[in-house]
Write a new protein. Structure first.
Length: 166
């Protein structure tokens, strides 16, 4: 049986039948994806990590504030752990004696330093409160109440300022 020319041509064409990928559209998509990822990896929320700050000479000394840090684990005053944060969730606690004692120790150590100048009667002592965002406000309120009772009349709450995109 002889094969027709058409049948032979069809067999010949079907032997080389395989899936052909068109790479041009796929490369276009990949290049757009790469540019997108590169752009967003360099435009993060923390530009402070890449800043080289200039040197400066300070004519006046900065105000001396006591730093109170509140982490999920502990309350630290000037970097020294004072009390576990979990204990402050109790509603029966009002003023925290451990914080009062540590603030008194800091005040005594300041007064014992040579060159200590007694503050004027109208001068208010300051505290900067740095708290984790997961800490409930009722815990922070107890710490602020304790600081006020210890003679610190000005309390600053440290936050990270974000620019408004509007």
């Amino acid at each position: 049986m002889r094969e027709s020319r058409r049948l032979r041509r069809m067999e010949r064409n079907n032997k080389n039948h395989y899936v052909r990928l068109n790479l041009i559209p796929m490369l276009d998509v990949l290049s757009v994806l790469v540019f997108f990822l590169l752009f967003h990896s360099f435009n993060g929320d923390m530009p402070e990590q890449r800043l080289a700050l200039p040197l400066s000479v300070v004519e006046t000394k900065p105000r001396g504030t006591v730093a109170v840090s509140v982490t999920p684990e502990a309350v630290l005053i000037q970097g020294e752990p004072v009390i576990k944060t979990a204990l402050l969730y109790d509603n029966r606690i009002g003023i925290i004696p451990e914080v009062t004692e540590r603030l008194a120790q800091i005040q005594q150590s300041l007064e014992s330093e040579p060159g200590f100048k007694k503050p004027a009667a109208n001068e208010i002592r300051e505290i900067t409160l740095l708290a984790d965002k997961t800490i409930p406000f009722k815990v922070l309120k107890k710490i602020m109440t304790t600081c006020t009772a210890s003679g610190y009349g000005k309390i600053s709450l440290a936050v990270i300022q974000k620019t408004s995109h509007g």
